[in-house]
Design a protein around this ligand. Structure first.
Ligand code: A2P
Length: 295
């Protein structure tokens, strides 16, 4: 098996660059998917309190027989648990469901732009969990540059990671550049553009894009593998989701070929500037809030 690239976070902790995503993986399929991923060689699982499948992720990791230290576990606090005490309790809920004492990377799932004080309080709780040794690294997700600026103004710990939508049709170069300047690693969600995405050219999916398809043909690889190489060669973490064993394996077989600079640039050129996921500025408790169960 080829070797997984590991990325150093800004506090020296190392994270496997390629993780396994379980967004929208139903709880009753999560254990099998994570089990397959761990057998395939993935050593980084990305879940979230809001996904409702932390328990099944924890069960698969526990059943794998792997040492806890071998698997990098990342999860996210949902906006309904923001606030200092609430977020501390959010950690207790997530760690309990995952069945672990220590979470490798705990991040805020979204900024709450209209209640940013609450977001800051939630982040302060992450800082406490970090200094208490209950999480190895902390970070954020879906933070735009203005949210990062406002956070850095108050934070004592620079986020290690900002997990944002990045795929060839929506690459957010300005958020990535700001992160790079401040030691915040960009992690790509929907890295192969699985999020429903339409554009004027008539292409409905990055998986059918002719530029990506041509590069894939040249290398004898799949479009998904080409997109994952694009992330890895540009220094990003990526967390492709799949419940299909063949595609889980396909997405991991990306450490034994390289794209050329011209190929990377051609993929960069596909950015439409149009996001597939929700607009971060529109996230409110009224729209997106929902309670995270205790157990
Ligand atoms: P499935 O779970 O049936 O494999 P993303 O992580 O970019 O959001 O993409 C996830 C979506 O892409 C899911 O619908 C997943 O479906 C599908 N998918 C995952 N891996 C591949 C692949 N290698 N080729 C095609 N589709 C894939």
């Amino acid at each position: 098996m080829s070797t997984i690239t590991r990325l150093p976070l800004n506090n020296g902790v190392e994270m496997p660059a390629l993780g396994f995503g379980v967004f929208q993986t139903p709880p009753d399929e999560t254990r099998a998917a994570v089990d397959t991923a761990l057998k395939t060689g993935y050593r980084h699982i990305d879940t979230a309190a809001a996904y409702g499948n932390e328990r099944q992720v924890g069960e698969a990791v526990a059943a794998s027989g792997l040492d806890r230290a071998e698997v990098f576990l990342e999860t996210k606090i949902w906006i309904s648990d923001y606030g200092y005490d609430q977020t501390l309790h959010g950690y207790v809920k997530s760690a309990g469901k995952l069945g672990v004492e220590e979470i490798d990377l705990l991040i805020l799932h979204q900024a709450l732009p209209s209640e940013f004080d609450k977001t800051l309080e939630a982040y302060r709780a992450l800082e406490t969990l970090y200094s208490d040794g209950r999480v190895r690294a902390i970070g954020v997700s879906n933070f735009m540059v203005e949210h990062l600026v406002a956070l850095l103004d108050k934070a004592t710990v620079v986020p290690a990671v900002n997990q944002i939508e990045v795929h060839p049709y929506f690459a957010q170069p300005e958020v990535q550049a700001f992160g790079a300047q401040h030691g915040i690693l960009t992690q790509a969600w929907s890295p192969i553009g699985g999020i429903t995405f339409y554009r004027d050219s008539g292409h409905t999916s990055t998986l059918q894009d002719p530029v990506i398809g041509d590069i894939a043909t040249k290398h004898g690889r799949s479009p998904a593998q080409v997109m994952l190489r694009w992330h890895l060669q540009q220094g990003r973490s990526a967390i492709p989701k799949s419940t299909n064993p063949q595609r889980i394996a396909e997405n991991f077989a990306v450490f034994d070929f390289r794209l050329t600079d011209d190929e990377l640039a051609a993929i960069d050129g596909l950015d439409t500037g149009r996001r597939g996921g929700p607009e971060p500025a529109d996230i409110t408790l009224a729209n997106f809030g929902r309670p995270i169960p205790e157990a």
